[in-house]
Design a protein around this ligand. Sequence first.
Ligand code: PLP
Length: 424
Amino acid sequence: MPEVDWWSRAQAVLPGGVNSPVRSFGRVGGAPFFVERGEGAELVAVDGRRWIDYVMSWGALILGHAHPDVVAATQAAVARGLSFGAPTPDEVRLAERIVAALPSVEMVRMVNSGTEATMSALRVARAVTGRDVVVKFTGCYHGHHDSLLVRAGSGAATFGVPDSAGVPAAWARLTLSLPYNDVEAVTDVFRREGARIAAVIVEPVAGNMGTVLPRPGFLETLRERTREAGALLIFDEVMTGFRVAWGGAQRRYGIDPDLTCLGKVIGGGMPVAAYGGRAEYLRRVAPLGPVYQAGTLSGNPVGMAAGLAQLEAIGGPAFYPPLEDLATALADGLVERARRHRVPLASAVAGGMVSVFFADRAPTRFEEVEATDHGRFRRFFHALLERGVFWPPSPYESAFVSRAHTPEMVEATLAAADAAFAGL
Ligand SMILES: *Cc1c(COP(=O)(O)O)cnc(C)c1O
């Protein structure tokens, strides 16, 4: 028995008991467990229960929990001091690694969260173009700042409305939200509003409505329309960067965006993110240019050490094919087990990102994800949890494999899933 009821204590002092909403199990019901530690691909709760973890800090931990190299580098950095407010060599080293891996990125600015990265990238795009309007896609998540917590208004391609209380309607009116993968909607919006559009921001593989792959031609259309209109194309690769390929989705699909946002994997589990792109754009940022953006803890030495150690341990492009093979074996195995029990299930995989959907076909846009069977997902989630597998607690989240996941763990997951599907 747990000595302490952490969940009750948490709910008394933290809104919903958590510091980020999805952790509360709101989409699946029940109470979350409290983590004592992570070991490779496994999580251990304070009461000693153990799970194979497919959340992996929402994708950051591509080498698994507490990877020895990452831990050692981080501990060494801690011993030298936690923060200085003056430059350190690891900031340069991590930036050089990123620049070398992403052909479209010539300079980067480190920040502390993906939210900050997309917020700052939009500011740069607005400064470069002298325009205010931003185009996003429904179901893509870019963090919680005002410009992008916006959903589509009623009617096709109308200006947005706030997707959170407290977001000014005036802000939302500067954001257009289109259906993901809809090239006609993109072309149409550029025909009508092109001269006002500062940027298109997109998850080049969507990961925040489950994994939804870009259809052939979608990213190419974004590249063409933005270029014609003098708008910037921003790839939000906070999830996909160093997750779907070395250098991210832009290398996987061969498209050069103007600006790129990174986070998650580049911090190795520490609060590190970045935005970058062509030098002519990054030179607009203070102190070189008029776009103000700063951070007391940006480029923090402990975060830089963790991120650098993780990228060094990944090493390069050869890391990804085996990771994707394992993710594919997991996805295919789940679909096959579901079929045995006559449960319709579809999957999507990109690098170390995986989703399964309780539907006949993998969704291509948000409305199709909404239409999947959420009741079944809830029961699937809890049946796995009882059997030692921690799947992401929402049908709108991607699952993540790491190098610490083994074929045996995938087999154990499929055995648990088989029992789960039998009960659906
Ligand atoms: C996680 C995520 C963010 C937000 O990053 P935070 O560090 O949580 O602010 C932004 N964009 C994408 C694509 C993400 O997956």
